[in-house]
Design a protein around this ligand. Structure first.
Ligand code: G3P
Length: 217
């Protein structure tokens, strides 16, 4: 499986975002590899209206007390029929306690969650105990890289975390941009990928995503 993180790149704003989500859906249908966009709440609603699920958010909140202002709550997400959410991305950190509480609350509501970890230590200390559908290992230093990837630079950590958290599926992300990156990580026990810049910034996102998806088959 592949999750495409739209982040806030200009290439994902407004109609362009919807077009990229359509590409995700069409490439998924063609290659039979599940491909899900990770988007802002506003774009998620457009996607649901025009294309349908699945769609995940890039972040969610679990505010207590409920008088806090400006949060994207799990209940709203559930009521709007959004599939699930990413939590604790390196670009939108939560504390371990907040991550745990939010993931547990999301599961109770039937929302899917992907929790990001940036090190083996996090996986050992608290990541492996979380109630979540997926964990993802993304070392911060390779996020957005066009020369290095988690697969080529941290293969031993992928293997260790995949073994540690099994049978929970481990996704990997950070600098994933070639079929080789995909194949290395799969051979080490990864079950899927979080990919952003390689697809979002590609001259031809459909072609790039198709190439990457086919290497998972
Ligand atoms: O969430 C995925 C992301 O952080 C990885 O980004 O650009 O290295 O694929 P990128």
């Amino acid at each position: 499986m592949i999750f495409v993180n739209f982040k806030n790149y200009p290439q994902t704003q407004g109609e362009k975002g919807l077009k990229l989500a359509r590409i995700c859906q069409e490439v998924s249908q063609k290659t039979k590899i599940p491909i899900t966009p990770l988007v802002s709440p506003l774009l998620a609603l457009e996607i649901l209206k025009k294309l349908g699920p699945p769609v995940f958010l890039q972040h969610a909140d679990n505010p207590t007390p409920s008088t806090k202002t400006g949060y994207i709550t799990l209940t709203q997400i559930k009521n709007l029929k959004i599939t699930g959410t990413l939590l604790n991305h390196s670009e939108h950190r939560l504390s371990p306690g907040e991550t745990k509480n939010t993931a547990t609350a999301a599961q109770k509501l039937g929302l899917k969650t992907i929790v990001c970890l940036s090190s083996l230590g996090q996986a050992q200390k608290w990541g492996r105990h979380l109630k979540t559908d997926y964990l993802v290992y993304e070392p911060l230093e390779f996020i957005g890289s066009s020369t290095d990837s988690v697969s080529t630079r941290r293969p031993e950590i992928i293997k260790k975390i995949a073994d540690l958290v099994s049978p929970l599926p481990l996704l990997v992300g950070a600098g994933i941009r070639t079929p080789e990156d995909i194949k290395i990580a799969l051979s080490l026990g990864a079950a899927g990928f979080l990919i952003s810049s390689a697809v979002v910034l590609a001259k031809n996102p459909r072609q790039k995503l198709t190439t990457l998806a086919k290497s998972l088959a």
